[in-house]
Design a protein around this ligand. Structure first.
Ligand code: NI
Ligand code: MN
Length: 223
């Protein structure tokens, strides 16, 4: 599996010739290294309606004929704008040609120009024999222990930016609940309000328990 970070919460995950983009915030993302027109994917996963997550989902969906996957309310919003979509909801999973996706809770908001778009979510994505958890925007919640118990998580993508989401202290507790093999911090240093030093996150985690992958925007890792 290859994981590429475009800064903020935007990742492209590729395995076995299939690829998905999560939270495709590219236009207006000061850290993104690509444009929406560069993206070739089989699906567009969106955690919630805020502009820094929904981003260019509709455009990428249309160009690729790739469904937007997310909560019912968010997907309806996207399909009304001409995207294709596959609506799901929290606790539900579905096996797509690229892999399996399950929606998890996230404690946050979800609104766009049309108003509220229901609840935000996180994703558990199983592709190429690996399990990835993208938390979306959320505060810490103790059900992360259940997510960790019921999934053998290879990589967890966790926000550390504070202010709108978990900060470093709570993200460290989240790692304890989720017990992933590796963790990638996200949702930090895109804007001044979410400025964080990811090395503090690395140093706060028990040594040897988890691999901390501090990525540069545009960088890829293989897992
Ligand atoms: Ni948000
Ligand atoms: Mn956000």
């Amino acid at each position: 599996m290859k994981i590429t970070w475009q800064g903020h919460s935007c990742f492209i995950v590729e395995a076995e010739g299939k690829s998905v983009i999560i939270d495709p915030f590219l236009n207006g993302n000061p850290t993104a290294k690509i444009k929406p027109s560069d993206v070739r994917v089989d699906a567009v996963l969106v955690t919630h309606g805020h502009g820094d997550h929904l981003g260019d989902a509709v455009e990428i969906s249309k160009k690729n004929g790739a469904p937007v996957i997310g909560t019912f309310e968010l997907v309806n919003y996207c399909t009304a704008k001409g995207a294709s979509g596959h609506a799901m909801h929290i606790g539900g999973s579905y096996r797509f040609p690229f892999g399996r996706v399950k929606l998890t809770i996230a404690h946050h908001g979800s609104s766009a120009d049309a108003g509220a778009l229901g609840n935000p979510c996180g994703f558990i994505i199983n592709m190429g024999g690996k399990s990835v958890y993208h938390a979306g925007d959320t505060g810490l919640f103790s059900d992360m222990a259940l997510i960790g118990e019921t999934n053998n998580i290879d990589v967890a993508m966790l926000p550390i930016g504070d202010n709108f989401t978990m900060g470093i202290e709570d993200a460290v507790l989240a790692v304890g609940f989720l017990k992933p093999r590796a963790v990638i911090p996200m949702h930090y240093n895109t804007f001044d309000m979410i400025k964080q030093d990811p090395e503090v996150f690395r140093k706060s985690l028990p040594r040897g328990d988890v691999k901390v992958e501090i990525m540069k925007p545009g960088e890829s890792i293989d897992i």
